[in-house]
Every structure is written in C-alpha cells, then in structure tokens.
Design a protein around this ligand. Sequence first.
Ligand code: MRU
Length: 365
Amino acid sequence: MKINGIPYRSIWVSPEDRHAICIFDQTKFPFAVDILTLRDKHAVADAILTMKTRGAPLIGAAGAWGLALSLRTDPGNEAMEESASMLAGTRPTAVNLRWAIDRMLEKLRPVKPEDRYEAARAEAALICDEDVLQNEAIGRNGFDLIKDILKNRPSGKQINILTHCNAGWIATVDWGTALAPIYMAADSGVNVHVWVDETRPRNQGASLTAWELGKHGVPHTVIADNAGGHLMQHGLVDLVIVGTDRVTRTGDVANKIGTYLKALAAKDNNVPFWVALPSTTIDWNIRDGIKEIPIEERSASEVSHIAGMDADGIFRTVRLMPEGSKAANPAFDVTPAHLVTGLITERGCCAASEEGLLSLFPERS
Ligand code: MRU
C-alpha cells in the first residue's frame, strides 16, 4: 500500500544492506513514520516483543527473517534450533509466528550449514510474497461479500463496516486481512464507511487502523470500544469484519481482547460477523479455542497508562488510575465458532466449522 504516494510493504530488505531488514516502528504511528533497520535476531525479537512490529501475519514474516539473519553468524544445528525457539517464544497467541518458524526449520534442517543463510533468505522472502498474495485473495473474496450485501440496497447507499484492532496492511506484509476487502471496495467506488474500535489498551484501532484508512482516503470514525453494541442496535452497522491471531480447526477465533463482546452484540442484533484470515492463521492441531489457545498476558502498565501526543506536540505517557490499584491485561480473547457468521480465507469464504474449513482445505482432512 502507499504512504504519500510511495508504495511500501510492512517488512523489506534494507536497500543499503542486504544483511538487514526494515520495518516501521508501529509504536510511533500515527504521529511519525519511523523506519527501523534490524540487523540480527535480537533486534527482531525485541521489535516483536515491544510491538514495534505486530499483527499475526507480520510477526510470522518478521520471525522468519529473524531466523534467517541469525544464520549469517552461526548456521550450525544447535544455534539454529535455539534461535528458532527464542523467536517463536516472543509472542504466544498468534500461530503464524510458530508456523513461519516451523516452515523455516523444515526447509533448513536438510540444508548444509554453509548454504543455510542464503536458503533461509529465500524462504523468508517467499513467506512474505505468499502473504501478500493470500491477503489480496482475501480482499477479493471479502469484497464479494460486500457486493452481496449491496445487491439488495439502493445504489450509492453507504455501507457501514465495524472493525476491531488493526488487521490492515501494517499487520501483514501488505493489503491486510480484515481491511483488504474494504480497500478493494473503496477503490471500486463503493460508498464504504468504517467504524473503528479504538481497541484499548494499546489503541491499535485509534492509532493504526485510523491512520491506514486515512492514508488511503477511506471514510472512517473512531469509536470507544463500548460503542459498537449501541450502534448495532440502531441499525448503523451493516457488517463486522475482524482479523484473527489463531483459528482452531473447528472455527473458534482468537483475536484482540474485546472481539468476543463485539461478536455477542452482533449476534443479538443480526449483524453478520465475519473473520478474515490467511490459512497460516489456522491451527489444525486444536479444536477448543477457549481451552487450548494460549492467551498473551501483557504488562499491566498498558492498562494503567496511556500514550499520546499533547497539545504542544510532545509524545507523553500518562497514568489513568490511582497509584496502588491493580490492573490486568489479557491481550486476546476467543470468540466461539457459533458466534461467527463465516471465515474469509484466500481460498474463499466458509462456515466457521471443521466442515466449512475442510471444504476449502480438503488436504487437512
Ligand atoms: O497485539 P496485536 O496488535 O499484534 O494484535 C493484532 C490483532 O489482534 C489482529 O487482529 C490480528 O493479529 C490479525 S492481523 C491481520
């Protein structure tokens, strides 16, 4: 996607040094577009941990590049396995990270150590390219859904889509998952408006989704996380589309904390609730999302404090709570499959169920 007319991906090889990768520092959005150059696995792991780079597909791609960079200095078996575990352990919920590291290891284990670095670079680049193609296909499939909804409406009428967190192009290598259909609709002249949940505690909606949509010229309104149910009750939401960090083979969906409450409100108001994902987000080994998906617990300071720019243009962090009050910060929740209208994948749309997923991915039977 473009920033001020210049096309970017969310991760790329440094044009100055082929042994380094570049990412945006996403903790600086929307106030600055800062590009970071990462030269080794420690820098990549730190960027993932501190959420300078984030979003399920993007941390998969970053993890793959982190492993590749580690092999330049030590391509031996032991070091490779250790780097892989270290990188895979940085964030627990998004399965894309584990998936990408496993795919790299499977490719690299049979390769001679002296050839591993170049082989790893090629595989990491392939993971990135495939992510772009998958998300583009998700965009087309999701746009078909939007067209279906528009069929029964007067032409030109606004369609209101609600989204949670950030599942846009900066959460993937390009295009995004939940936002890809919205970009395609907007580019085709559909009168689309997006309700953007602010997404406390880290505010990925207010600071990232709003920034992305604004840069692309998509009309949007940021709302407090608690506003969605009210808007649905008043007929102001036609469709919800969210991304996900892990989907079980039975269609349960882990996504940013608060997603489950949006799904409940959508069910109560007959608003379709769709989840967009590349197949790299499906964990075929688990069936019960609530029992089996590990939920990341992040620092309480993300709840007790909030960061933003003050009236003088100074970036500040301020406390919201009394000193001495405790805060808890589960970062994701699980929406059970029965609350999900359907899944939008690169192979098409399906029911959120084992049967639905296997109809698109029969090789997983
Ligand atoms: O904690 P984050 O910002 O990495 O969480 C991101 C989300 O919850 C996204 O919805 C999900 O990763 C899908 S990104 C295409």
